[in-house]
Design a protein around this ligand. Structure first.
Ligand code: FPP
Length: 241
């Protein structure tokens, strides 16, 4: 996320996180689900800071999936309000640390007030190069892949490119954030062993780290454990070593 000690082979350049377990955290405390999301937003702020201090250049957070729209309307409203509030609270730090905000997903699905705020902060931080905070909002991995395929099909139909020029590289250029390197480390909190339609294309060779800790309890120390576990992995990318 920042210009701090970058480039160490042991620190992932890009961390992507499936932030799960807000509801379970709240339930265990007999609190309404939104309280879990609110505590989760505090973890978001703590992890952004911790990533910056560790020298992580890209942090992608799965904040809302295309599937999450089927949740009760009151929970969706609460989450959208919380996203806007957290964005406002975090804005100063983005500027202070020269971190660029980006969004991947169907921005057009989001409530207008949130969309306007996101676009404003994205515009105002677009020139920063010390770090990247990428929010996956109304995001689905399959949706992203279909979106890329459709764009390529249109370019072929328009005669701009030949179907023969389509390969992994040119395909990847049509994903939502083509210049962002693939995640080195994918973290999932709250113990579930699944990908849940997150970054399907980009995580081909990402190292996976699943912890039982619920997202509201995932703070600096938990991130440090994940980075430590990553440092001990041997990445082979299909080769033998
Ligand atoms: C999963 O918990 C979490 C979400 C669907 C939303 C994540 C949102 C936040 C952490 C709030 C703020 C985010 C940002 C980026 C500011 P769950 O509700 O699926 O938990 P459960 O599986 O235990 O029910």
């Amino acid at each position: 996320m920042s210009a701090k000690p970058m480039g160490s082979a042991n620190v992932p350049r890009h961390i992507a996180i499936i932030m799960d377990g807000n509801g379970r955290w709240a339930k265990a405390r007999r609190l309404p689900r939104i309280k879990g999301h609110e505590e989760g937003a505090r973890s978001v702020r703590a992890v952004i800071r911790a990533c910056r201090d560790a020298g992580v250049e890209y942090l992608t957070l799965y904040a809302f999936s295309v599937e999450n729209w089927i949740r009760p309307p009151a929970e969706i409203r609460g989450l959208m309000r919380l996203l806007k509030k957290t964005l406002r609270e975090q804005e100063f730090e983005l500027h202070e640390n020269k971190v660029r905000l980006r969004v991947i997903g169907r921005l057009q699905d989001l409530p207008r007030d949130l969309r306007v705020e996101l676009k404003r902060v994205m515009r105002e931080t677009a020139h920063y190069a010390s770090g990247n905070l990428i929010l996956a909002l109304s995001y689905g991995g399959r949706t992203e892949i279909v979106h890329a395929a459709r764009q390529l099909a249109r370019r072929v139909a328009n005669g701009e490119i030949s179907h023969r020029s389509i390969n992994e590289k040119s395909f990847a250029r049509h994903l939502y954030a083509p210049d962002v390197p693939d995640p080195d480390l994918l973290i999932r909190t709250s113990g579930e062993m699944r990908i849940s339609n997150f970054l399907l294309w980009q995580i081909s060779y990402s190292e996976l780290y699943v912890t039982d800790v619920h997202w509201p309890d995932f703070r600096d120390e938990e991130l440090a454990k994940a980075i430590k576990a990553y440092a001990q992995r041997q990445r082979r990318f299909g080769d033998i070593k």
